[in-house]
Design a protein around this ligand. Sequence first.
Ligand code: PXL
Length: 277
Amino acid sequence: MAYKKILTIQDISCVGQCSLTVALPILSACGNETCILPSAVLSTHTAGFSGFTFRDLTDDIPLIQQHWQKEGIKFDCIYTGYLGSTKQIDYVKNILTTMGAPDCIKIVDPAFADGGKLYPIFDNEYVQAMKPLCGAADILLPNISEACFLTGIEYKEEYDREYIMTLLTALSKLGCKKIVLTGVGYKKGYTGVVVFEDGKCDYYEHERIAKGCHGTGDVYASAFVGALLSGKMVFDSAAIAADYTVECIKVTQGDESHWYGVKFELALPYLIKRLGK
Ligand code: PXL
């Protein structure tokens, strides 16, 4: 059975069910060795909590990398998410391009915007700096907001297939080989993901649960990476991750006190079953 060594680079939000507290359990549950590189440590995520602490770990990154290099450590997959600073992006790009084992799969989730807006700590300088990292990815995992910021194309809440194709074509010019664009819905009550490869699109549509939930981007990306490293094809991984994310939202719905994330742990058995494990 495939047993892959994954490195995921994103923040630790101690409370809030996003980034590493989501990626580590999901990737491990999918049957992979999961190594982590925290980009920053926050007391909570930044979407809805106020007064959070933020410890930037930028200066530790090259030291950690140097130690791994001395030990001869390499990874079968490197998956990056929410990063802690603009300066850090260069370090992370260096890790992405030099720390992979042969056939390493490089996956980048830009993780800096949603609903047409940048997350609180980010600015245009960060977006510009993310472009080369996104370009170095084998698979880029943006939502529509991130795709718009990365390409300079106007953000729209309603759109058609032509708009999505324009976005994907512009994004691919950054250099990434494949793109999985999330949150693409063409009709009421439905949303989906578009898988873009060699100028062609494949669309997986599924039910849309009205309420937007925090952390679902990270749940989606982690499940996608977990499925892919379990040997599923890109399109099947994109579809399984979408269905798992819907399950996570369903098990969370109705609990108003759980506004900050989804109860992804409760749906892990569903994900494992879909992977045939
Ligand atoms: O889910 C993305 C994310 C990750 N990490 C932190 C965040 C967010 C979204 O707001 O604030 C710290």
